[in-house]
Design a protein around this ligand. Sequence first.
Ligand code: 3EB
Length: 348
Amino acid sequence: MALESALRLDYLSLAELAERPEAWWQGVLGIAAFGAPVPTAPVSHIPMVAVQTAVLGANARRYEVWHGGERTHGGEHGRIQYRRAANVIYGRLSILESEVAAAPRATSALQSATELAYREIFAALDTLRMPHLVRVWNYLPDINAESHGAERYWQFNSARQDAFIACGRAVTGAVPAACGVGSPPGTPLVIYFLASSQAPTAIENPRQVSAYHYPPEYSPRSPTFSRACTVDVANARTLFISGTASILGHATVHSGDAAAQTRETLCNIEALLGEANRAVGTRPPFARGSLWYKAYVRHASDLAAIDMELRAGLGSGAQVLYLRTDLCRQDLLVEIEATGCYSISRTP
Ligand code: 3EB
């Protein structure tokens, strides 16, 4: 089996992973397992992420696999496990709030854990000379619970922003694409990411206020993420569309209607695709039918309605993984991320 020569994303089942030869495993950058055991790999130092959120629907492809397209090299830096190829690195960490004490002035252990996590990420990226965070996936236990007079998502936002500032990173403009969704209470804060030596191009959505400029009613400190970004790494042109929801301007629209929220979210994704294609002039352009999607669904009972809208909007060829999670605003029923990864051929 010849190795693919470019970075790629796949959703695979445990059975498919078991059939992959060792040469393929040498190129894996990292694997996130959703509501499923992490696989055993024939190669050491492959970052494995256990995300304890349930997959919805009859989908055995619960493993989100990034492959570097060439031999990759792994290691550890502090709490981060990572693996790198050419100019891209995949990393993961998880922290139990019970492991960290709340700092005297911090409001909670979640805040301490979040700030520690991001400081460790930036320290590792600086040492490894991959300073640009491209895409971050954040799984926050019990995201909507309140403590210390603030929703836990708000606590996360202030600690994340503090760490960005402390580590000399921008908190508006050139910020990574990201999502921040819930995971079961009592599980660790889980973060995994892609970073690069190349600076990505951040993309915003003309239909929405940039999240880093959200007014304080949603979170006293604005969230630090861009709506999307694109970067060429490891012989691939990538597009990362952050968790996207039924938000116009800064307001949630279609409260209580999962189908309408899905349609609005698809309009937002379409707007971002237009902006991204304009920004980088990709040929062929990024097209919604050939992206990898994760749809975060608050109520399992809304799955059929959301799936019907997504099938109609994306066509049957799109890869969609449904996860049951809480979301960062009480009135959001669905949030959808999209990832594009097109090989840049080295021969004409
Ligand atoms: C929104 O558009 C929905 O805090 O990292 C989407 C993507 C959302 C990322 C984050 C939050 C985050 O505001 C929420």
